[in-house]
Design a binder for this molecule. Structure first.
Ligand SMILES: O=C(O)CCC(=O)C1=CC=C[C@@H](O)[C@@H]1C(=O)O
Ligand SMILES: [Mg+2]
Length: 340
């Protein structure tokens, strides 16, 4: 172990130790999400438990560094003590056609909250409205939220949210690409008397300063994800410093990564919203036998250990293992010698 790193706040195992503990898998999805039908990820078996390192393939090494910090926390240091034994989660509906909405929702056991993806590239506002309407038809009493992933400009966001507001929206996640856009959407929604709170996701996890959105009063709440924010402890600190309500969400992880999200949700002093941690239900394969799939709208707070047979079944092809080994070495260097 090294001395505590400024980036992570805790010592790092050596690269050789990480390499020896690493496995790479490719998990099939049931439905396209973020444009992918397979989720590739690296797992480590560390002394404190199983850990996931799964930055999306297009991320560069500098962006992936905080994801590796989160995995090292999970595998080598463990999580802070939980304050609760289960956490409420939302169902997630990808940008599917309205006819596919009932089948997606059927994968979830009694959801009370649903997040619906909107503003998908190549789709129209009418498609968003039809998708949200289809969810409302199936679940008349559920809390509904939408996630635009920054896909609208501020004017479009306000226009489409005005059409979606009558369905009853708990909040709109990242309705515009940047902090200035979020501020404008928030102000304009208020001016028009539309009671749709604005949540920041990419404007927290992709900004060099995750607190900027709170300081600039650009959102009503923040979405926090363990891997991009560098671990459970760092995410807890960001939430405390932001002073805004937080929603814990996934990065489309296997059950191992989801267990870290659950650990964060379990350790937050306040958990006012259901967590976006139900995404294992969208996957067709997992590395854990007792998968962290929501039951009766919630997940238990517990660790998740990868199973040797499943690791073998979903083992990635040799060229992909080599790619991940290269990414691990480069990302480790970024983490051990931070630029900032
Ligand atoms: O929050 C949820 O309900 C599920 C997780 C989720 O939506 C996401 C997971 C992974 C990558 C992101 O594009 C996406 C998000 O934007 O929140
Ligand atoms: Mg989001």
């Amino acid at each position: 172990m090294t001395t505590p790193q400024p980036e992570t706040g805790f010592p790092l195992p050596s690269l050789e130790e990480l390499q020896a503990a690493a496995r790479v898998v490719s998990l099939p999805m049931r439905v396209t999400f973020r444009g992918v039908l397979r989720r590739e990820l690296m797992l480590f078996e560390g002394p404190a438990g199983w850990a996931e390192f799964s930055p999306f393939l297009e991320y560069d090494d500098a962006e992936a560094a905080s994801w590796l910090g989160a995995a090292i926390e999970a595998g080598w240091h463990g999580f802070p003590a939980p304050l609760r034994t289960s956490v409420p989660v939302n169902a997630t509906v990808p940008a599917v056609g309205p006819e596919d909405v009932p089948a997606v929702l059927a994968r979830y056991d009694r959801p009370r909250t649903v997040k619906v993806k909107v503003a998908e590239a190549g789709q129209t506002a009418d498609e968003d409205v039809l998708r949200v309407a289809a969810v409302r038809d199936v679940l008349p009493d559920a809390a509904l939220r939408v996630d635009a992933n920054g896909g609208w400009d501020p004017d479009t966001a306000v226009g489409v949210l005005a059409r979606l507001a009558p369905f009853g929206l708990q909040y709109a996640e990242q309705p515009a690409p940047d902090i200035a856009g979020l501020r404008r959407v928030r102000q304009e929604l208020r001016r028009r008397g539309l009671a749709v709170p604005v949540a920041a996701d990419e404007s927290v996890r992709k900004e060099s300063d995750p607190l900027l959105v709170a300081r600039q009063d650009a959102a009503d709440l923040i979405v926090v994800k363990v891997q991009p924010l560098g671990g459970v402890r760092r995410a807890l600190k960001i939430v405390a410093e932001a002073g805004l309500p937080a929603v814990v969400s996934s990065a489309l992880d296997s059950s191992v990564g989801i267990s870290a999200g659950v650990a964060l949700a379990a350790a937050l002093p306040d958990l006012p919203y259901a967590c976006g941690l139900g995404t294992v239900a969208l996957m067709d394969g997992d590395v854990v036998r007792d998968r962290l799939v929501p039951v009766d709208g919630s997940l238990p707070v517990r660790a998740a250990a990868a199973d040797p047979e499943l690791l073998g079944r979903y083992r990635a092809a040799p060229d992909r293992e080599a790619w991940w080994a290269g990414r691990l070495s480069r990302t480790y260097r970024c983490l051990a010698t931070p630029q900032r």
